[in-house]
Design a protein around this ligand. Structure first.
Ligand SMILES: O=C(O)c1ccccc1NCC(=O)[C@H](O)[C@H](O)COP(=O)(O)O
Length: 267
């Protein structure tokens, strides 16, 4: 039986094949070479954490497969600016249309409105997409270990590095983490949401967090809404968080972001 992630992968491969047929790699690479210079995504997160503060990757997210429409009043540039004023360190912008009502233009608009580094949040399978992400201005890509082989992950990571971008390697269980730790990237995202069932629990970060040690920066992703959630996850070793829905549902996104980040990191 297929799950949501399989269905997304099936249409995304078709979408990418169609885009590649319309726009050859050489053309995308030329656009990527003349794109706005890369902002250091991983470096910004590490700097914030080294200052003893929480680092937030704030997500510009209109809708999702698990929740449907999250925010009807959706202005990516305004939301990005509110996140920046509220204290976010980086942004994540969903560009997938069929499942998230995202768009490439949202990334371009959001990034132009701020000085923060931006993650292109999409389902990546082909280095062509990495070049396309850079051409749009993205500073980081996402690699979802549940949806790619080792060789695909390595190829995507190599492409990101060649463009000077960061790569966030996302896992949800121990086997995916084993595979992620074979890669080079310094950013390991533990997704508290199972993308096949949508079951979400912060215990996933508790159970896997201790294995993301040493040189790697642990990013806890999904399902967080309160300052207490951040304090709890901090106890599991996470100081960096990727949060979308709970902030997108707030009328005053700037105030909600500031409030979420207002507690000191527990000693
Ligand atoms: O959010 C979903 O329903 C979803 C479904 C299938 C694949 C990916 C999905 N979300 C991507 C994410 O990882 C989240 O948008 C991100 O971590 C923020 O999560 P949240 O704070 O819970 O919106």
């Amino acid at each position: 039986m297929t799950n949501v992630l399989d269905r997304i992968k099936a249409y995304k491969l078709e979408e990418v094949a169609a885009r590649k047929a319309q726009r050859p790699l050489a053309e995308v690479e030329a656009a990527a070479k003349s794109a706005s210079p890369v902002r250091d995504f991983e470096g910004a997160l590490r700097r914030k954490v080294s200052e003893g503060r929480y680092a937030l990757i704030a997500e510009v997210k209109k809708a999702s497969p698990s929740k449907g429409l999250i925010r009807a009043d959706f202005e990516p540039a305004d939301l990005a600016a509110q996140y920046e004023r509220g204290g976010a360190t980086c942004l994540s912008v969903l560009t997938d249309a069929p499942s998230f009502q995202g768009h490439e233009d949202y990334l371009v608009a959001a990034r132009s409105a701020v000085s923060l580094p931006v993650l292109r949040k999409d389902f990546m399978y082909d280095p062509w997409q990495v070049a396309e992400a850079r051409a749009l201005g993205a500073d980081c890509i996402l690699i979802i270990m549940a949806s790619v082989s080792e060789s695909q992950a390595t190829e995507l990571e190599d492409a990101a590095r060649a463009w000077g971008m960061s790569a966030l390697i996302e896992v949800h269980d121990g086997q995916e983490l084993d595979r992620a730790l074979m890669l080079q990237s310094g950013l390991i995202g533990i997704n508290n949401r199972n993308l096949k069932t949508f079951e979400t629990s912060l215990d996933v970060t508790r159970d896997l967090g201790a294995r993301v040690g040493g040189e790697r920066l642990l990013v806890s992703e999904s399902g967080m809404a309160t300052r207490e959630d951040l304090a709890k996850l901090s106890g599991y070793g996470a100081r960096t968080f990727l949060i979308g829905e709970s902030l997108m549902r707030k009328e005053d996104v700037e105030a909600a972001t500031r409030n979420l980040l207002s507690d000191p990191v527990p000693a």
